[in-house]
Design a protein around this ligand. Sequence first.
Ligand code: VGL
Ligand code: ZN
Length: 207
Amino acid sequence: MKALIIVDVQNDFLPGGALAVPEGDRVIPVINNISHRFPVVVATQDWHPATHMSFAVNQPGDKKAFEQGMVGGIRQILWPVHCVQGSHGAELAGTLNQEPVHAIIRKGINPEIDSYSAFFDMKGKNSTGLDGYLRSRNVDEIYVSGLAADVCVYFTIMDGIRLGYTCYLIEDASRPVEVEKGDYKKAREKMQNAGAHIIESSVLGSI
Ligand code: VGL
Ligand code: ZN
């Protein structure tokens, strides 16, 4: 069974948002064009408390957004405040067609640790429930779309492969944030080397 995963298509990741992904809005018509064809559709939301430690402002010292820092013992990029629970920025994009979306999985709720992947937090310990949801519907192939291609989409695909799913990245339905130039090229190679299939939405046909 095939599932479409729509990763973090939220206002804060669109142009004008708090953590804008260049051309992030371009993924929406592509996703709207394919979502109704999948038997299972799950959307995710980055859903942080205002106290989240991935926000540079919540770090000790004079940390700035896009610098490296420690969150829950893991070195990662620190971010501007984004996707705060209940805020407009955390809402799914208004033009994303939610009719075909069966379930919404929220992640990044624990203030002490980040959760890029739709499956697990950064330590790979706490599950979001997505794996169980997909298994209960006999999903064995996941088609991943959304934002950002080099952050949450990337981590979702790498976990998906580890969990045994056949993974597809729908490249025209995703965009990278590229905090450093070349981040997406590296992420793309790692996904491919791990066994992910990189496709365009035009090859999907009628699923
Ligand atoms: C994301 C940075 C911080 C993403 C989430 O959805 O790719 N990126 N939080
Ligand atoms: Zn986040």
